[in-house]
Design a binder for this molecule. Structure first.
Ligand code: SF4
Length: 61
């Protein structure tokens, strides 16, 4: 699985950081920082709850 974040869509709500702190962090202005593009843990919930729909998941076949 590959994680892609769209910084333009991120509104800095921070749910992704709460759900998967090893994968996501936030800049001082709240915008998301992707720490791990290929996380071992499932981050589907973070993608689902992101209010900006800024998190995309690509399943690598
Ligand atoms: S949950 Fe979405 S909008 Fe909120 S910080 Fe994470 S990527 Fe940005």
């Amino acid at each position: 699985m590959r994680v892609i974040v769209d910084l333009e869509k991120c509104c800095g709500a921070g749910q992704c950081v709460l759900l998967a702190p090893k994968v996501f962090d936030q800049r001082d202005d709240g915008i998301v920082i992707l720490l791990d593009e290929h996380p071992p843990e499932a981050v589907r919930e973070a993608a689902c709850v992101c209010p900006g729909a800024a998190i995309k998941l690509e399943d690598l076949a």
